[in-house]
Design a protein around this ligand. Structure first.
Ligand SMILES: *Cc1c(COP(=O)(O)O)cnc(C)c1O
Length: 366
């Protein structure tokens, strides 16, 4: 079966008790112990085991081509679990252009934990690797908010040769457009808050692993013991959202390409940053590792970003991305002084509205 079919049917699972095609919502926090003191159900307590995770985790693992997936309370909980699984003294290589919340957390956490962190440009990974000492390489591509593109296969070859694992934040392209595990990566991370759920009503995160190895078991332990778990209702909503992932991403890609093409020739727009444009520095690599489109995210650089954002009617001035409604945000205001976001940059998350409305609204705002 093709991935879009598996997503639409959430793997086609049927509830054994009722024959429902949609799973029940499990609220239980505890499970009955057998008279002989064992737990034959395999579940004892809700922090470690939630039957409502099984289907969304299985679906996400299938879409990413991994052996296992883990849901978390947020994208940040998923990402930070990966770094917490490392040991003091370990070295990690991360991009300079990346989701700002994780960059900020790494700048604070890494020192206290004894991690050595190098922040690099997309072409700077190989030079930063310290064979034997580098334990993890982190990739985000296309990366917030300039949509810098990193060659996952090339960086992974170099990282593996140096003995490091590779984790990819796949929030923006989603498995519809990029499957990092098939390019050699070991782990995929998602802010499931964004495209996977897609309706701006759930905060969630996920990790997917190529293999159920020792590192994976460490991550399972960090979730169960650290307790950054997703609520049952949120897991249920997330699965509901993932059923329409392909429709939403395909529509957002098509509309984002139209918006990018329209405004790249606009006298009031200094630059359009979109990996789908041949002028984008990451276009060639994006072409080779993304299939079916270049994503629903782009940025524009304009003389009056705050004023432009103030005048939109249909686009909503809000943070986040990957929802059905289109959002605009001045990233430098959010990210602060050490941000790689130029002060004239507006980030656009293209939703599923009619693209003609989105273009006309930005036109009048400019
Ligand atoms: C939002 C986001 C995160 C953080 O996820 P939360 O669910 O907000 O904790 C991480 N990476 C990227 C690319 C994001 O867009």
């Amino acid at each position: 079966m093709k991935p879009a079919t598996r997503a639409a049917q959430a793997l086609g699972w049927i509830d054994e008790t009722t024959r429902a095609v949609i799973p029940p919502l499990h609220a239980a926090t505890t499970y009955l112990r057998d008279p002989d003191n064992r737990y034959r159900s395999g579940r004892s307590y809700g922090r470690a085991d939630n039957p409502g995770y099984d289907q969304p985790e299985a679906l996400l693992a299938a879409l990413e081509g991994g052996e296992a997936a883990l849901l978390f309370a947020s994208g940040m909980a998923a990402a930070t679990a990966v770094f917490q699984a490392l040991r003091p003294g370990d070295h990690v290589v991360v991009p300079r252009v990346m989701y700002w919340g994780l960059r900020k957390w790494l700048q604070g956490f890494a020192a206290g934990w004894g991690l050595a962190v190098d922040f690099v440009e997309p072409d700077g990974y190989e030079a930063a690797l310290r064979p034997g000492r580098t334990k993890l390489v982190w990739i985000e591509t296309p990366a917030n908010p300039t949509w810098a593109v990193t060659d996952i296969a090339a960086v992974t070859r170099a990282a593996h040769a140096a003995g490091a694992l590779v984790a990819v934040d796949n929030t923006v392209p989603t498995p519809v457009l990029t499957r990092p595990l098939s390019l050699g990566a070991d782990l995929v991370m998602h802010s499931a808050t964004k495209y996977l759920n897609g309706h701006s009503d759930v905060i969630a995160g996920a990790l997917v692993a190529a293999r159920r190895d020792d590192f994976w078991r460490r991550l399972v332990g960090i979730r169960a013991e650290g307790g950054a778990i997703l609520g049952s209702f949120e897991a249920w909503l997330l699965l509901r959202g993932m059923r329409t992932l392909f429709l939403r991403v395909e529509r957002a890609c098509r509309s984002a390409a139209l918006v990018a093409a329209h405004f790249s020739a606009h006298p009031k727009v200094r630059e359009v940053l979109y990996p789908g444009l041949p002028s984008h520095p990451g276009h060639a690599v994006a072409r080779s590792q993304m299939t079916g489109g270049f994503g629903g995210m782009l940025s524009i650089r304009v003389a009056d970003p705050i004023g432009t954002a103030a005048r939109v009617q249909i686009w909503k001035r809000a943070t986040s991305l990957g929802g059905v409604e289109s959002l605009v945000e001045h990233r430098a205001s959010v990210e602060g002084p050490d941000s790689p976001a130029p002060p004239d940059l507006l980030r656009l998350s293209v939703g599923i509205e009619d693209p003609a409305d989105l273009i006309a609204d930005l036109e009048q705002a400019l």
